[in-house]
Design a protein around this ligand. Structure first.
Ligand SMILES: Cc1cc2nc3c(=O)[nH]c(=O)nc-3n(C[C@H](O)[C@H](O)[C@H](O)COP(=O)(O)OP(=O)(O)OC[C@H]3O[C@@H](n4cnc5c(N)ncnc54)[C@H](O)[C@@H]3O)c2cc1C
Length: 444
């Protein structure tokens, strides 16, 4: 039976990085806040899992701190958590089956995208990279740039905006610079505790189905796993739903707006695609690769083999344990969307062993594998967002408030090159909270 819950000043939809940052900030202004989250946990696209055997914890979603990430580092400091710089020692497959030291990729990618910043009109990454196909000196860099767009941005180069990729490359976001010590989990626990301590009401396992709004009043209709429905009312709402959810018009996990969002906003949502990623974690009994070939891979951080199904693997260096992550993004990840998790773990395992010519050894050392299927997850529908080709910046359009009543946050609304990151999400949560607090009259 439907019932109407007590009023709040603001409803925050989603308890990922953006939602928690927004709720914490609003509650700190003594505003009455309700956070509505479909999952039975906070964190959204940040989730850890431990090996049953060794107890080593792995991140199935976000893992790295990219670049400066000031909001993330401030939160870690507050929580007394340190960050650990990752190594950058990389090994790439050579044509003759050997692995060679190779740390050129980011610098080469940057040199290509420098050219893109001079373009007068946006174009797809594919179209842009075709210019270098016959340029002997740039051809390899262009190939690296494509690998970067697919692997790091999880984007499809045939539709991705080259201008937005170039802006990101020059915004100071780099591939991997650090990890929170012990993973992201403790930082999210701390954010969650701060929200509760400041008085925010957390409603987990509560799926939002419809958001009805007019200036100064929002009604959020929800459904719980038990089938119970509730309506929460507030003077404002902060929507942090991933664009995969905002774009979905099917039955599973979709959210209706009544009235519809303004057409500019819908067009922006259409232009912001969800990138796809398959991230598989492999726990081994020992870090067996550290002792191969006289220990030459002992301090390695990354292994890359472009022809393979999983072109990138990484270790936890400088931490020494038996955890390896296999990663593939973009069209190659989409091609694997219907492959079972058991099969993906097997293929990731064999791919890792084959890089060293040690498939049997890898199998002997293998303890367990795990992954989360973000593409089919109804509350994500992909890994993280990227911008498709077009004239203006859809992230800024998506971020803009509607009628001083609906406010928008989440990584997809980050328009300073940090889209797709935890830090971008935290930043947008704080930004939307400031906007809402101003509209609610507690901030000037
Ligand atoms: C495999 C993978 C690897 C990544 N690696 C990194 C990395 O190394 N570094 C990095 O910085 N970033 C990384 N990211 C991206 C990062 O995880 C995200 O950018 C960030 O966590 C997004 O936070 P958010 O709050 O915007 O969205 P989310 O975390 O998705 O939060 C939105 C919340 O809304 C909830 N929700 C959805 N639908 C509904 C509904 N109908 N009703 C109620 N609630 C709903 C969701 O359950 C979720 O909790 C990675 C992501 C993935 C998937």
């Amino acid at each position: 039976m439907a019932r109407t819950d007590s009023d709040a000043d603001a409803i925050v939809i989603g308890a990922g990085a953006a939602g928690l940052a927004a709720a914490r900030s609003l509650a700190a202004h003594s505003l009455r806040v309700i956070v509505v989250e479909a999952r039975d946990r906070v964190g959204g696209r940040v989730v850890s899992r431990s090996s049953q055997h060794s107890g080593v914890s792995a991140e199935l979603g976000a893992e790295f701190i990219h670049g400066q990430a000031p909001e993330t580092r401030a939160l870690l400091r507050e929580a007394g958590i340190s960050s650990v710089d990752t190594g950058d020692e990389s090994w790439s497959c050579s044509g003759d089956g050997d692995l060679l030291r190779d740390e050129r990729d980011l610098a080469m990618t940057a040199s290509i995208f420098e050219e893109a910043r001079k373009l007068r009109q946006d174009e797809t990454v594919d179209h842009f990279l075709r210019r270098f196909a016959h340029d002997g000196s740039m051809r390899e860099a262009a190939e690296m740039a494509r690998v970067f767009v697919e692997g790091f941005d999880a984007a499809d180069p045939s539709i991705a905006s080259v201008r937005s990729v170039a802006d990101e490359v020059y915004s100071g976001v780099d591939f991997a610079s650090a990890r929170p010590d012990g993973g992201y989990g403790p930082m999210f626990n701390r954010l969650h505790e701060d929200c509760v301590r400041a008085g925010a009401q957390m409603s987990l396992s509560t799926e939002v189905r419809r958001i009805s709004w007019r200036r100064g009043l929002v009604s959020v209709e929800t459904r719980q796993a038990s089938g119970e429905t509730n309506t929460f009312r507030a003077r404002a709402a902060i929507v942090t739903l991933p664009t995969g959810v905002l774009r979905n018009s099917g039955d599973d996990g979709s959210v209706a707006f009544d009235p519809d969002l303004p057409s500019g906003k819908s067009e922006a949502i259409r232009r912001i695609e969800m990138g796809h990623v398959v991230k598989v974690v492999l726990w081994f009994r020992t870090a067996f690769w550290e002792v191969l070939r006289g220990g030459r891979y002992r301090d390695s951080a990354f292994f890359r083999c472009m022809g393979q199904e999983f072109p990138t693997y990484w270790t936890q260096f400088p931490q020494r344990n038996g955890l390896i992550v296999a990663w593939v993004g973009g069209p190659k990840a989409i091609a694997l969307r219907e492959t079972t998790q058991t099969e993906l773990i097997e293929r990731a395992l064999d791919g890792f062993g084959s890089m060293f010519g040690e498939v049997e050894l890898a199998r002997r050392e293998f303890e367990a594998g795990s992954m989360h299927d973000w593409s089919h997850d109804p509350f994500a529908r992909g890994a993280y967002s990227y911008v498709t080709v077009g004239a203006d910046d859809p992230r800024a359009t998506l971020a803009a408030p509607v009628d001083d009543t609906l406010f928008f946050a989440g990584e997809a609304t980050s328009n300073d090159g940090q889209g797709g990151t935890v830090n971008g999400a935290l930043q947008t949560g704080e930004r939307a909270a400031r906007e809402a607090a101003t509209s609610l009259g507690v901030l000037r």
